[in-house]
Design a protein. Structure first.
Ligand code: 9YW
Length: 435
């Protein structure tokens, strides 16, 4: 069974790989290159087709802007099966945007550093992979420098996101309170996502109004970072985003040491890193909840809800062993009942939990993959094994879907996975987990 699934996973990835040297997340629903998807996909490819893995990363990094920014979607082709496309985003408004690729003017979690390190770990031919990394690594460094220079207005070592799409966890209930502070216009537009996926599994029209309005404000200011920091109604320090930055910082340090030279760069990253880890622990840990939380930088208050992002610091070695214990207790207490698969994306004991709706509850394989590695690293062997086993079981039961109901008994006659099918990162990270 697992061997068949392994072959199927490879078939999913190969079918989603495009002539332009990038992989779509899911046919129809997501027809372009997404930043953090690409990173996870490259990890999957690295196990069986190293050249595709390199191509995926090269193509993504090739779309980098002159200021180091890497966009969240690269529009390689014209395709009207997705909204909002290149004609809505207008990345060319920013003077330093790529002249070669049209893209969005927002980013996604900084995966590229740790992905290069994972590719090195997986590669059989280490020398060849290190040569590839030498070609690309300075672009990742420039990306981190961009974040620390432009996304940390109070110089705390914690970078902000200015849009919920930058978090990767698009319609998380965490954003609900921010939406209440805004009153966007009613936009007139044609949704494309709900032609591919049932509307009950996707964000609402009113939520989309908020998403579009934030982009409009950024566009009115030509995607200028300082202006966005001043004016965006959405400005959040996200634990997942910052944990991935910290994980990638460490990867850059390790890889630069291995390459040799680069003393100046290593010194800078170490400086960013120690400040980031300290602030992360001081500011984002909520002792009463026993979890890390998001911080609303625009309205200056913590957003006190537990999500799967709350546990992501385990992946980046951020909590002390004592705090990691607290975190895992919270996870098992609220998310880990025997009637559930790990790990719901939102607190199942909270009223806002919805087991079928995108980031408001369903299980996502990329989060499980990160949590599995983090738990393993801290020595939580049993919980790590369950995280992996639950992920595999969900895929065995339903297929390579985008997200899954965490309830073992959904009450449906024909239970199914949700969102897009033949979803690339579910396939890619399955390949990594069973290897
Ligand atoms: C959208 C591609 C992307 C992921 C995001 C996920 C979803 C798409 O799909 O967003 O239209 O907003 O939330 O994390 O990168 O797989």
């Amino acid at each position: 069974m697992k061997e068949d699934l392994y072959k199927k996973a490879i078939a999913v990835l190969d079918a989603n790989f495009q002539d332009g040297g990038f992989t779509i997340p899911s046919a129809g629903l997501y027809p372009f290159q997404w930043k953090w998807d690409s990173g996870f996909i490259a990890i999957g490819f690295a196990h069986y087709d190293v050249e595709k893995a390199k191509t995926e990363m090269r193509t993504l990094l090739d779309a980098q802007w002159k200021n180091g920014f890497i966009p969240h979607i690269v529009f390689h082709t014209e395709n009207d099966s997705y909204f909002p496309g290149a004609d809505f985003h207008h990345s060319e408004l920013h003077p330093l945007s790529s002249k070669r690729y049209r893209s969005t003017g927002m980013t996604q979690p900084p995966v590229t550093g740790f992905v290069l390190q994972e590719m090195y770990r997986i590669a059989d031919d280490k020398k060849d992979m290190l040569n590839f990394i030498k070609e690309e690594i300075d672009k990742v460094y420039a990306n981190h420098e961009y974040f620390y220079k432009n996304r940390d207005p109070q110089d705390e070592g914690l970078v902000y996101i200015y849009h919920n799409w930058e978090s990767g966890t698009d319609n998380s209930p965490v954003w609900d309170d921010i939406w209440k502070t805004m009153n966007p216009p009613e936009y007139d537009f044609v949704r494309k996502d709900t032609t591919h996926v049932d509307a009950s599994q996707r964000p609402s029209k009113r939520e989309y109004d908020h998403y579009l309005h934030i982009i409009d404000i950024a566009k009115q200011n030509n995607y200028n970072d300082a202006k966005i920091a001043e004016l965006s109604p959405f400005l959040v320090q996200d634990p997942l985003f910052n944990a991935m930055l910290i994980k990638s910082n460490q990867a850059l340090i390790d890889l630069y040491i291995q390459i040799g030279g680069n003393e100046e760069r290593i010194k800078n990253i170490i400086k960013w890193q120690s400040k980031s880890i300290k602030s992360f622990n001081d500011k984002l840990f909520d002792a009463d909840l026993g979890a890390y939380v998001h911080y609303d930088l625009r309205n200056e208050n913590p957003i006190r809800h537990i999500t799967s992002s709350s546990f992501s610091p385990l992946f980046a070695n951020i909590p002390s062993p004592e705090r990691a214990d607290v975190l895992v207790n919270t996870m098992m207490d609220k998310f880990g009942g025997e009637d559930k698969y790990l790990c719901a994306s939102f607190d199942p004991t909270n009223d806002r939990f919805n087991p079928r709706k995108y980031w408001r509850g369903p299980v996502w394989i990329n989060m499980n993959w990160m949590l599995f590695l983090g738990l393993k690293n801290y020595g939580f062997t049993d919980v790590a094994a369950r995280m992996k086993q639950d992920s595999i079981e969900l895929i065995e039961k339903y297929g390579f879907y985008e997200y899954f109901d965490c309830r073992k008994d959904t009450g449906d006659e024909n239970p199914t996975g949700y969102g897009g099918n033949n979803f690339s990162w579910s396939a890619a990270l399955f390949i990594d987990m069973v290897n």
